[in-house]
Ligand binder design. Structure first.
Ligand code: MTE
Length: 328
């Protein structure tokens, strides 16, 4: 990964306060309804001749505030100010600078948006995003995000559990892993004109990891629709793994039987493993992972890195008996 010393959010620290208003105007709705499975079926029926999705059962806000309910998932740490969350990003499709995504990601078209589902599942085909994610049943999850570059944030995401979405596609017993793929459009995504990575960006999880309660599909943050630089309109959030597993702007989901290729592992296997669980005891070949720089506050703020990014209670059981240094 690349490093830049510029810290664009610092110039915009004055914008921090207004975003606090979110807490006042967010509408916490009561938990309602089950997954829009019927919507999924409806769309599927039309997909053969209508690849960008058929009659969506729900509607999808493409900007502004989202309706969502409050969270049982919170952390003790202070939330990272909005300007840092949306101004200091990794989204190499728009450039390798931390401020490139905020500058250039607006060029990406996010409406309409469909997701192609392939592989070992009962329901495959192309589905409109609003049939995959039930926008009337969103929840907030405040998670810690730990980048492999040894910095961290705390982000209030809005979205749905990944397990709920994947189950609706009825994966078969052959689906041992799931792979995700990011949109690729050389015109809209200027960074993809350079072979920094082997595009499109791909990521993957073991099926039990994907079905873990913490794995989350985000469509918003700080109460509003996800900004493009954060992976609009839908991105993965896997809080116990290094940030690069949280793939942005997903257009494909593949249920596969073998461990799938992942972008950073393909690019530098010694540095970036398939599992990529946050682990303070395994140094990156070029730097320590024992502590992390806390983004958004005091420039010198640091904290110790925790095993599984502090989520051991929810996830450690999945790796019982595994050598997590070897299987990094
Ligand atoms: N997804 C895609 N498609 N391309 C990327 O470059 N960067 C990853 C991850 N998802 C990346 C991506 C990395 S390294 C991190 S740390 C997080 O996105 C950053 O998410 P954020 O910018 O929303 O904080």
């Amino acid at each position: 990964m690349f490093f830049r010393t510029s810290r664009p959010w610092q110039a915009r620290e004055s914008q921090v306060t207004p975003k606090g208003l979110f807490l006042n105007r967010r509408k916490i709705i009561a938990s309602g309804g089950a997954l829009a499975l019927s919507g999924l079926a409806a769309c599927e029926a039309e997909t053969a001749s209508q690849p960008s999705g058929g009659a969506a059962s729900g509607s999808r806000p493409t900007s502004g505030a989202l309706d969502y309910r409050g969270t049982a998932y919170d952390v003790a740490d202070t939330q990272t100010p909005y300007p840092a969350v949306t101004g200091y990003n990794n989204f190499y499709e728009f450039g390798v600078g931390k401020d490139d995504p905020a500058r250039y990601a607006d060029a990406m078209t996010t409406d309409p948006w469909s997701i192609e589902v392939e592989g070992h599942a009962g329901r495959t085909g192309r589905f409109a995003l609003e049939d995959v994610v039930d926008f009337s049943n969103l929840e907030e999850r405040i998670y810690r995000l730990r980048c492999v570059e040894a910095w961290s944030m705390v982000i209030p995401w809005i979205g749905v559990p990944l397990a709920q979405v994947l189950a609706a596609f009825e994966p078969t017993s052959d689906a041992r892993y799931v792979q995700f793929e990011t949109k690729l459009d050389h015109d809209e995504m200027r960074g993809t004109r350079f072979r920094v990575l082997d595009w499109p960006y791909v990521e993957g999880l073991r099926m039990d990891e994907a079905m873990n309660e913490l794995a989350f599909l985000a469509v918003g943050l700080y109460g509003e629709v996800l900004p493009n630089q954060n992976g609009a309109p839908v991105r993965l959030v896997v809080p116990w793994k290094y940030g690069y597993k949280s793939i942005k702007s997903i257009v494909k989901i593949r249920f596969v039987s073998e461990q799938p290729e992942t972008s950073w592992n393909r690019s530098a296997p010694r540095e970036y493993g398939f599992y990529s669980n946050v682990n303070p005891n395994r140094a990156h070949p070029r730097w320590s992972q024992a502590s992390e720089r806390v983004i958004g506050g005091n420039v010198f703020a640091r904290r110790d890195t925790e095993m599984f990014n502090g989520y051991a209670e929810q996830v450690a059981h999945m790796y019982a008996g595994m050598d997590l240094i070897e299987n990094h």
